[in-house]
Design a protein around this ligand. Structure first.
Ligand SMILES: CC(C)(COP(=O)(O)OP(=O)(O)OC[C@H]1O[C@@H](n2cnc3c(N)ncnc32)[C@H](O)[C@@H]1OP(=O)(O)O)[C@@H](O)C(=O)NCCC(=O)NCCS
Length: 216
């Protein structure tokens, strides 16, 4: 089985170009992909070096990055990326105006613009009050991808199981993630790993969870 030769280790800044390459191949239609490899690299750099409580894992097979997984608690995964790279991204869009013809990209751009406007507004004065009790937090899977050339060989499963081990070591009882409801490949993969869909008012919007208390 190929997974026997797959090594999981922590991802470092030196791996980020390879991470961007895998992202471009695994998510050919994403808005981030449309921005180009350097923008993708910067996004994952923010996930790696930002003020998060995450675990970034790499799967290597035959000395090549087969896949990666970013898991944990992320603070402003998208807003921090946009804020930190706003000038780079603005220039990127201005020099590649045809990006604006891509409806997915336009939608993401509108969301990004709203986020940046919110971030640039002065914060209201702090009111000292007893904070509400914190909800039990879940250890998230923010991003996982395996190079299409080596999908179906067990790298994705090894990455998910490694993230799950870290969640258990950090005493989390629950994991969560969000997936596009049209991404059948990923949904089947998660269900195979005993994740279940969370319905709200009978409707599934892409949220999935895995309890770490259950024996699975
Ligand atoms: C989803 C993804 C990460 C899975 O990685 P992978 O390395 O191909 O998956 P694995 O080979 O480790 O498969 C693990 C298990 O899931 C099952 N599985 C994987 N893909 C499947 C599919 N399309 N349909 C049914 N089962 C699937 C495998 O059969 C295997 O089951 P087993 O443990 O009983 O043998 C990978 O396909 C990918 O990168 N997809 C594109 C990016 C993406 O959509 N990421 C998720 C965004 S939320």
């Amino acid at each position: 089985m190929a997974s026997a030769e797959t090594i999981i280790r922590e991802l470092t800044v030196n791996d980020l170009t390879a991470v961007a390459t895998v992202h471009l191949a695994a998510f050919p239609k994403s808005a981030l992909t449309a921005l180009g490899k350097e923008a993708v690299r910067r996004y994952y750099e923010w996930l790696l070096v930002g003020p998060h409580d995450g675990a970034a894992l790499a799967a290597f097979s035959e000395n090549q990055l087969a896949g990666f997984c970013f898991s944990g608690i992320f603070r402003g995964a998208m807003s921090g990326f946009l804020n930190r790279n706003r000038f780079y991204l603005m220039v990127r869009v201005m020099t590649h105006p045809w990006l604006l013809f891509n409806p997915l990209f336009r939608d993401r751009l509108a969301t990004g613009w709203r986020v940046l406007r919110r971030l640039s507004k002065p914060k209201p004065a702090q009111v000292t009050a007893t904070p509400p009790p914190a909800a039990p937090r879940a250890f998230g899977i923010l991003a996982i991808a395996v190079n299409p050339a080596v999908q179906g060989k067990g790298a994705g499963k090894l990455l998910m199981l490694a993230a799950e081990r870290i969640a258990r070591q950090r005493n989390f009882e629950l994991m969560d993630l969000s997936v596009s409801t049209e991404n059948k490949q990923a949904i089947d993969f998660y269900e195979r790993l005993h994740w279940r869909k969370v319905l709200k008012n009978g409707v599934w919007a892409g949220e999935m969870i895995k309890s770490l208390n259950e024996n699975n």
